[in-house]
Ligand binder design. Structure first.
Ligand code: HPA
Length: 268
């Protein structure tokens, strides 16, 4: 961690980000638009290198957005790419060390709740970790948090309210729901989607939960936002493909970025 931070601080100097944003599919534009300076992951000591998934860049982007100092991950590491849980979540602890206390996690997800529609945005109110792994397994680093961290309010209720208010102002039909994470990379089977619904999931995806567990452990306030890109398997007749996910994410990105900006404006 020390080498990582020493290197990053040669760029940041007195720029201390207060809010971190993990940008999911289609949201790279927010980073492109506001970037003041950026550090490619591959230059940062101990930082995991990004493997090429279409639509992801691979850099930490520092910016001033609506008067807030933010650090963004333009491109995230996914567990299905073969990274360890530690690698997937390492950037979250880096953000914490840089001074971030509020974290905005975004993603693309499949619809499990039949009342939702592709293109809807969803505020994550809770999650189900169905990855069969946990980034906190192993020796606990007391510097960050407790061995057995409480998870009864991972997604900050105050931030949910701020998102709701922003959604109303922007005339969005913002959904609330439980996000279930699987490892991927295969999409779910229809039977798995029925199971997801029966255990309380509204959306399903392949990210976010490891980052949320690590951020919660070290006491960050978290808000999770999902772009619902497609009906999960079996919810509609259609077969799933990554192109459709990217297409919907791209169609919704202006709306999604507007929501994030309004949330940034109102975060305390
Ligand atoms: N399942 C899992 N992850 C996803 C999906 C899905 O249907 N859509 C986007 N990410």
């Amino acid at each position: 961690m020390k080498y990582t931070l020493d290197y990053i601080k040669t760029y940041t100097e007195d720029f201390e980000p207060e809010i971190g944003i993990v940008l999911g599919s289609g949201l790279g534009e927010l980073a492109d638009k506001y970037q003041e300076f950026a550090i490619p992951y591959k230059q940062i000591p101990r930082f995991p290198r990004l493997q090429g998934v279409e639509g992801h860049k691979g850099q930490l982007v520092f910016a001033n957005i609506v008067g807030r100092k933010v650090v963004m991950m333009q491109g995230r590491m996914h567990y299905y790419e073969g990274y360890s849980m530690e690698q997937v979540t390492y950037p979250i602890r880096v953000m914490k060390e840089l001074g971030v206390n509020t974290l905005i996690l975004t993603n693309a997800a499949g619809i499990v709740n039949k009342s939702f529609r592709p293109g809807d945005l969803m505020v994550i109110t809770d999650h189900i970790n169905f990855m069969g792994n946990n980034p906190l397994i192993g020796k606990n680093n007391e510097r960050y948090g407790a061995r057995f961290p409480d998870m009864s309010e991972v997604y900050d209720k105050g931030l949910v309210k701020i998102a709701d208010a922003a959604g109303r102002l922007l005339n969005m039909n913002l959904r609330h729901g439980v996000y279930m994470a699987t490892t991927g990379p295969s999409y779910e089977t229809p039977a798995e989607v029925i199971m997801a619904r029966s255990i309380g999931a509204d959306a399903v995806g392949m990210s976010t939960v490891p980052e949320a567990i690590i951020a919660n452990h070290c006491g960050m306030k978290i808000i999770g936002l999902s772009c619902l890109t497609n009906y999960a398997a079996g919810v509609s007749e259609k077969k799933l493909n990554h192109e459709e996910v990217l297409k919907t994410a791209n169609e919704v990105k202006d709306k999604f970025i507007a929501l994030i900006m309004m949330i940034l404006q109102n975060v305390k």
